[in-house]
Structures are given as structure tokens and as C-alpha cells.
Ligand binder design. Structure first.
Ligand code: SF4
Length: 458
């Protein structure tokens, strides 16, 4: 998963993009980059690390342009190195263009192989680069025509930003699996993965970019065009469950409200369980626990000291680092724990190893019993759309039934939220069209058998 942010027609575009990326930092911490539309054409700067490490205050003296796009990366395809950092830049018949991509293209390998046979020379190992070669090869009258014509060839999940001299363009996949929002700041338009970044730079959220829609901003004017229509809308439900910032708005309500409701619904699902306190695994579990407390009347207590200076455990790319970071970042608070039966809520259970460690630490610190609640159903399928779930055989719910998982994580009881209630908490009004493939195996787009086999059998 990655974060993208772009702003048009603003003399401070690079600084505002820095702030936007800083706000989206939770979406990717491996690399950051920015491209600007300057007097000397499109310029770009990418580096490994956090936004604050890649960019310095001094560089904004000279790195200035009328519009800018930026990217923070967490790799789900291609390795974690500066070569794969985005925005990617290319110079073709179409002129200079920079692109930033969030999501995963499920047919990227097939497209890459075909393009390579035809002579294309790839510079990176990311799936995102295929759109560059498609655009260079099959170009239309304008860059927006070229983009619209080539997006049809992509399968999977994507939000794209394109920056060309005088133009900022955004596009979202036909199913709307990945997010993209439109905002306004004075005369400038903003495109962002989440609404929180639009608001932090002082802008107003206008609306979601529609699934299958392309947005073209040129000379202060905006045009919209539908380039494709999918049979179903399938927003990734994991944005609300885990990924997005609590102050971002999805489906008309903040992520925080959806997480509160998940907690309330969990409380309704397990009415007669006896415990002393309820708590959550930070960060998302905290909102679940507060919702649970409100519904059940059980007191909420913080049971962990969270070290804020470590990365998010789920998005560290390597398993060893992930386990080490999980251990490092949550230290039990003994007084709150000793002799207590604790209802502990987490957003999801993937491999089970982190929960096992956390429960072990709480018990070592004196907890009497741990009743583990999960704010989403068992994950039984890999995600091919840009969320870093592991291969199927690493998912604990593909190997063990709920009682087996309970024993493995050493909880005294274990309960998962039902899919029905997850959708109820995350949906709003009619807006209930979610991708739930990691729980159900019903993928909203074609996922090739070969890919499923390769990923699952690794
Ligand atoms: Fe999100 Fe799961 Fe669908 Fe992936 S499979 S897009 S994580 S809901």
C-alpha cells in the first residue's frame, strides 16, 4: 500500500506536497518522492526513508513548481530500493511525465513479458512501470486520451497521479478498490489517497474520485471523464479496519466512527462474557475498545505503553523485523493488568504470531485471563490489490479452526466479528459495496490462476 498526493496551480506546491505526504506517512515508510512542474520542465527527487528524512527544508528554496505530485511507498511488488521509489519519470513522444501509483496490478507480469518481447527495457521491478511503456507505445491525441486508452489494459487495483507540463491528472480503477479524493484549496485542486491530507494542508474535500474516472486539471480548470465501468464497486474494507488514519472520511463518515461501531457490534455479538476491563492493541484496536466500552459499560483501560518512534508492525516488509518491532513497540503497564480478566481487541489476525507475543507479554505481566476479540472476520485469502497479506499458507485461518487459533495464540477465548457486522460498521446508507476478498475469496477482478498459484505456493 502506498500514499499519493498532488496539488495544482500553487506557488507552494512542493511544500504543500511535503505536508500532504507527511500526513500520509502511515501508508508507506520505505521511500518517498516528489515531482514538480517547474520552469525547467518536470523535475523529481526520490529517496529511501521517511518523508522528513528524504526532504530537507533547504531543498525547497530551489525545488519549486506550479504543480506537484508525491508518493510514499510500502512495497508489495518489486523490492525495497531507491530504483523503485516513486514518482517514476519518463520522457517519450508524449513529452515529460511523472507518475505515482497506489495499488497492485494483477496482470503486470503478463504485460511486462509482452512489452519486453516487443523491445521495452524496464528500469524498475515495480508493477507501476507497465503503464509507462503502454503509454509510450500506444499514444493518442493528448496525454489524457493516452492514459484513458491504456488504463483499459490494466487489471487489479490502482489510483494514479500523472504530472506533465501544465497538467495534473488523476485516475482510479473501475472497481474503486484503491482510494482517491478530490479537494480544493483556493484556486488549487488537490488529489489525495485520504481526506486527512487535504484537510491538513488547509483544503476542503470536494468528493471521491469515482471508480473508473479520470480527472484532468489544466490552467486552473478541471475536467472529468469516465474511462471504464465495472460490474461492481469494491472499495477495500481494510482501509477502515486498519489502514487509514482515524480522521480520514470514507463512505461519508470518519474511520474513527467506523472503528467505534466495530467495537459496539463486537460487544453486541458477545453479550455475556465476563471481564474486568476492555483494552485495544494500538492503534486501531484502541477505537474498537472504546466503542466496546461504550456499548457494554465495561471500563476501558490502557494496558500498553506504545513506543511512538517505531514503525507500524504490519507494514515492515520483513518478517524478522516485523516481530522485533511488534515486541519493541508495546510494553505492558503492570498496574492496569495484574489479576485482571482483560478483553483485548485487535483489528485483524494474520499469522497469529504477533497476537501470541502480545498475549504472552500480558500474561507475564500478571493478567489473569485474556479474551481476544478481532474486529474483522478470519483472513483466509491473500490480497492481490496492494495490502501486504502473506501467502495463503502463512495465514493462520487457512490452517486452523477458531479453537485451534485460540490455542495457538494462548488466549482464554477468541471471537471474530461477523462479516455482516463489519460491512454494517463500515458502510453508510447505500454505500456498502466493499471488496471483502481476503475474508471470502470473492475477488472483484480477474485474478489469474497462475498468479494465485505463484503467490500462494511461495
Ligand atoms: Fe482490501 Fe482484502 Fe480486498 Fe485486499 S482482498 S483489497 S485487503 S478487502
Amino acid at each position: 500500500m502506498c500514499g499519493i498526493f498532488g496539488i495544482s496551480d500553487n506557488k507552494d506546491s512542493s511544500k504543500l506536497t511535503y505536508v500532504g505526504l507527511f500526513t500520509l506517512q502511515h501508508r508507506g515508510q520505505e521511500s518517498a518522492g516528489m515531482a514538480i512542474d517547474s520552469k525547467n520542465g518536470i523535475q523529481y527527487y526520490n529517496g529511501m526513508g521517511l518523508v522528513s528524512e528524504v526532504f530537507s527544508n533547504d531543498m525547497f528554496q530551489s525545488f519549486r513548481g506550479s504543480s506537484a505530485i508525491g508518493h510514499v511507498r510500502y512495497s508489495t511488488t518489486g523490492s525495497s530500493n531507491v530504483n523503485n521509489a516513486q514518482p517514476l519519470f519518463f520522457n517519450s513522444y508524449l513529452g515529460q511525465t511523472a507518475i505515482a501509483h497506489n495499488g497492485n496490478l494483477t496482470n503486470a507480469d503478463a504485460l511486462r513479458a509482452k512489452l519486453q518481447k516487443q523491445g521495452a527495457i524496464f528500469q524498475t521491478s515495480t508493477d507501476s512501470e507497465v503503464i509507462i511503456h503502454l503509454m509510450a507505445k500506444y499514444h493518442g491525441r493528448t496525454i489524457e486520451d493516452t492514459i484513458a486508452d491504456n488504463l483499459h489494459k490494466l487489471e487489479g487495483a490502482y489510483s494514479f497521479l500523472f504530472l506533465a507540463p501544465g497538467k495534473l491528472i488523476g485516475a482510479r480503477d473501475p472497481n474503486g478498490i484503491r482510494t482517491l479524493f478530490l479537494g480544493k484549496l483556493g484556486k488549487s485542486y488537490i488529489l489525495s489517497s485520504e481526506t486527512c491530507a487535504i484537510e491538513v494542508v488547509g483544503g476542503k474535500v470536494v468528493r471521491e474520485v469515482e471508480p473508473g474516472e479520470i480527472v484532468v486539471i489544466e490552467k486552473g480548470k478541471i475536467k472529468f471523464k469516465k474511462f471504464a465501468k465495472a460490474k461492481e464497486t469494491a472499495r477495500c474494507v481494510f482501509e477502515q479496519v486498519y489502514f487509514a488514519r482515524p480522521d480520514s472520511v470514507f463512505s461519508g463518515r470518519t474511520v474513527q466512527s467506523a472503528r467505534y461501531d466495530i467495537g459496539r457490534l463486537l460487544a453486541k455479538e458477545i453479550k455475556n462474557v465476563k471481564a474486568d476491563i476492555v483494552s485495544g492493541v494500538p492503534d486501531s484496536g484502541t477505537a474498537y475498545a472504546l466503542g466496546f466500552s461504550e456499548e457494554s459499560g465495561l471500563p476501558y483501560k490502557t494496558v500498553f505503553m506504545r513506543n511512538r518512534y517505531t514503525g507500524r508492525s504490519f507494514i515492515q516488509p520483513d518478517q524478522k523485523l516485523r516481530e522485533f518491532t511488534a515486541h519493541l513497540k508495546l510494553a505492558p503497564i503492570r498496574d492496569a493488568i495484574k489479576g485482571k480478566t482483560i478483553i483485548l481487541i485487535d483489528d485483524s489476525l494474520v499469522r497469529g504470531t504477533t497476537s501470541k507475543k502480545i498475549i504472552g507479554n500480558l500474561k507475564k505481566a500478571g493478567a489473569k485471563k485474556i479474551i481476544m476479540l478481532i474486529g474483522s472476520p478470519p483472513i483466509t485469502n491473500s490480497c492481490y490489490y496492494g495490502i501486504d497479506t502473506p501467502t495463503r499458507k502463512e495465514l493462520i485461518a487457512t490452517k486452523l479452526k477458531i479453537e485451534g487459533i485460540r490455542k495457538f495464540i494462548n488466549a482464554d477465548a477468541l471471537h471474530y466479528l461477523s462479516l455482516e457486522n463489519l460491512i454494517k460498521a463500515c458502510g453508510y446508507g447505500k454505500d456498502k459495496d466493499f471488496c471483502t476478498a481476503c475474508f471470502t475469496g470473492k475477488y472483484p477482478t480477474k485474478v489469474s490462476k497462475l498468479q494465485t498459484k505463484t503467490v500462494n505456493d511461495k
